[in-house]
Design a protein. Structure first.
Length: 237
């Protein structure tokens, strides 16, 4: 799945294990939420929210917490969700006043609230710089690196699998080609862009109505595990 993808990236497994262990410790033993909350930083489109959601699921599986709803909110419109999990997107926009208020709230919260802040490196620095008490609530940190082409391709495979598709060998070559076509020397290619490539390929593969019906009859459309196969032509420009 998607989570396994992040673990396979160089240096990420250790970061993820450490953050999960720290957060789980807080959720199991925590009287309040004054520590053990998490920061995820990475460039725009690096999959911060995908990872944050996977972290919450892993914690819920392991500790039964956070209970309640998972709320996602941008820092500029922050509110409180009791006992649940709050994912604060674009955390750098948090005001000093809100940071101080949230720090006090986390210190006094006994409902098992769990907070994940996400932003770029600069945004997280800005958020943590707002208030010392606030910064100290976030003891767990994950830094998503810039991905290599191989890592982007293995994300594409994991993402396609989640949607019930698999990519054949020629399809993978075409995928590498699509990725190198969008790569720019001054800007890292993002998971968001790779998702779009896969979404387009799926859309193309689903388009040929008659061809689709025929390929179902000849059963070349599915692999042994019942994934729909995406081929080179589906990644065609």
């Amino acid at each position: 799945g998607i989570f396994t993808y992040f673990v396979s990236i160089k240096g990420m497994e250790e970061q993820i294990c450490q953050a999960l262990t720290g957060a789980a410790r807080h959720l199991i033993t925590g009287k309040d939420a004054s520590t053990g909350n998490m920061v995820i930083q990475g460039g725009s489109g690096s999959g911060k929210t995908v990872l944050a959601t996977a972290m919450v699921k892993a914690l819920q599986k392991e500790t039964g917490k956070p209970k309640g709803k998972v709320g996602k909110i941008e820092a500029s419109a922050l509110n409180k969700i009791s006992g649940g999990c709050l994912i604060i997107e674009k955390a750098g926009d948090i005001s000093k006043e809100t940071a101080v208020r949230l720090a006090l709230l986390l210190k006094s919260d006994t409902s098992g609230l769990f907070v994940i802040m996400e932003d770029t490196h600069r945004g997280i620095e800005k958020a943590l710089g707002r208030d010392e008490g606030f910064a100290s609530r976030f003891s767990e940190k994950i830094n998503i690196p810039i991905f290599t082409s191989d890592e982007l391709v293995s994300f594409a495979k994991a993402y396609a699998n989640e949607l019930g598709y698999t990519i054949d060998e020629m399809g993978i070559l075409a995928l590498y080609n699509s990725i190198s076509n969008i790569q720019k020397y001054d800007k890292a290619t993002t998971l968001t862009e790779v998702k779009e490539i896969v979404d387009d390929a799926i859309h193309k593969s689903e388009k040929g109505g008659l061809r689709k019906a025929f390929s179902i009859i000849t059963s070349r459309r599915y692999d042994d595990e019942d994934y729909v196969i995406l081929r080179e032509k589906d990644f065609g420009i």
